[in-house]
Design a protein around this ligand. Structure first.
Ligand code: FAD
Ligand code: FO1
Length: 451
């Protein structure tokens, strides 16, 4: 039998079952693309090996971690494109509205599916979905890490202290994993039944989601738009080092919405960056963020199940923040005052406005933004709750391990070290307006966002 193309270390068998000659399905969730998708490649290899049909299903949950119309419309538009790309390869795409633990087993038993392949996601909700689904299926359930370049379960079996401990573990494995993914083939064995057509407009109309957060007109959704954003970024990668921390510049790649929804693959981005004409320094800085920082976030959420609460803080910051819990807060704001940029700080208000208006706050300001929420809340616990709420309500890339790790870094010193003690923060790193003024033209940014 020819060697399969998917590295076995990407594969985790969650439920074993004797092989039957039923069709194979890929239950797509995190990696919502037809190309460069190891989970889909693995499902196709399995179906070809058994000479059975292959289909892709997507379980559309009615309320995903407080996502609003902004995120659902971006995601569904992207899925409409992916469904078209799959149909071109004679692989049907079936949208299953409703709760995954109910809908996936129902579909699997109706079509006498032999194996279900799905993608890796360290979030608790996905773990709960998989646990629920396993109770209701008679087929096997196999998970493939299609999101990380170095599979998350492989690179470390514990929560890493920080980028400095994870980096060597990733770097020594990179040349094994960092390579082009094989193309998806046209599937010769046709699915037996006609699949219902995908109507984006109809789905969106029926969705019962919060419609008060409008879509972003800054980011066109889908794999083609994400690939276009990548090509445009490769043209300015040389200036990444100089501009990535300046919110007045478009130095960042703008890829996070596409990476979050898996509309493009981080592996494809890394391979294209490495083969670009940009200078080595810029490539190294960008790959540090794309590979080390991003995969550190998955490691954090996989091994620290309380990633969205103060209980995930390391003992040093937990202790220091408790010692300063009673410190007087010079400013205290309600979540509504924060949400509508009604604080005394024009820079913070402008950053909040950028996120509300565009669906993507500049990366440098996200640190400042979250740290100020700690300073203006009654406790770190309240600060975590509000930062996650606002981040996930307005960011296109929200509800992501990067966000939980970024917020826990800002408020609870996760993956960071202790700094000099100051009120409220204790030894958690502080950021000030004057510090930002040394980094970029704060007045210009405030003017851009109307505060
Ligand atoms: P680029 O600088 O072009 O980076 C390219 C990619 O590298 C990003 O898309 C991302 O996948 C990864 N990356 C970059 N910086 C980080 C980082 N610090 N941690 C992890 N991965 C990183 N990122 C999200 O995807 N979703 C979030 O909800 C989110 N919330 C954040 C909240 C706070 C408080 C902080 C401090 C950071 C947050 N981040 C989040 C991480 C980072 O700010 C964004 O990934 C980045 O700004 C996205 O823009 P970009 O793709 O243009 O970035
Ligand atoms: N994944 C799903 O499998 N089904 C959904 O209905 C779904 C909705 C959704 C809405 C907003 C959002 O940001 C993500 C959403 N995801 C959904 C999950 C997403 O694809 C990612 O897997 C996680 O958010 C990141 O780990």
């Amino acid at each position: 039998m020819p060697r399969w193309k998917v590295d076995p270390s990407r594969v985790e068998v969650l439920k074993e079952r004797t092989i039957s000659n039923g069709p194979v399905i890929y239950w797509m969730s995190r990696d919502q693309r037809a190309e460069d998708n190891w989970a889909l490649i693995y499902a196709q290899e399995m179906a070809l090996d058994r000479d059975v049909p292959l289909a892709v299903i997507f379980s559309l949950s009615p309320d995903f971690l407080g996502a609003t119309l902004r995120q659902y419309s971006f995601m569904l538009k992207g899925l409409e494109e992916t469904a078209g790309s799959l149909e071109d390869k004679d692989i049907p795409f079936v949208m299953l509205p409703g709760e995954p633990a109910k809908e996936v087993p129902k579909f699997a038993s109706k079509h006498k599916v032999s194996s279900i392949v799905t993608d890796f996601d360290p979030l608790r909700i996905k773990h709960a979905w998989k646990t629920g689904i396993m109770k209701g299926i008679r087929s096997s359930l196999i998970e493939v890490d299609a999101h990380n370049i170095v599979p998350c379960r492989k690179v470390s079996d514990k929560q890493e202290w920080g980028a400095y401990t994870l980096r060597p573990k990733i770097n020594r494995l990179l040349d094994v994993y960092l390579k082009k993914t094989p193309p998806l083939q046209t599937h010769r064995k046709k699915w037996k039944t006609k699949t219902p057509p995908f109507s984006y407009a109809d789905l969106l109309k029926r969705l019962e989601v919060d419609r008060s957060v409008h879509g972003s007109d800054l980011f066109a959704p889908g794999t083609a738009a994400g690939s276009k954003a990548l090509r445009s970024f490769l043209g300015r990668l040389d200036s990444y080092n100089g501009t990535r921390n300046d919110p007045n510049e478009s130095g960042q790649s703008g890829l996070s919405p596409y990476l979050h929804f898996g509309q493009i693959s981080a592996q494809r981005v890394a391979v294209d960056v490495m083969s670009s004409a940009a200078d080595d320094d810029s490539k190294a800085s960008f790959l540090e963020e794309l590979i080390i920082r991003r995969e550190l976030a998955d490691n954090f959420c996989l091994h620290n199940r309380l990633y969205d609460s103060v209980k995930c803080f390391p003992s040093w910051s937990d202790k220091t923040l408790r010692e300063h819990l009673r410190d007087r807060r010079e400013y205290l704001y309600s979540v509504k005052q924060l949400e509508f940029s009604r604080t005394h700080d024009p820079l913070w208000n402008a950053a909040q406005a950028e996120m509300v208006k565009t669906g993507k706050m500049h990366g440098y300001l996200r640190m400042y933004w979250a740290k100020k929420i700690l300073e203006w809340s009654r406790s770190p616990k309240e600060a975590m709750r509000r930062a996650i709420y606002l981040n996930d309500r307005y960011e296109l890339d929200g509800r992501d391990p990067n966000g939980y790790a970024g917020i826990a870094w800002s408020i609870g010193g996760v993956h960071d070290r202790a700094w000099g003690t100051r009120k409220i923060f204790g030894m958690v790193r502080y950021m000030s307006l004057s510090g930002c003024e040394k980094k970029f033209d704060v007045g210009k940014y405030i003017k851009t966002w109307g505060y």
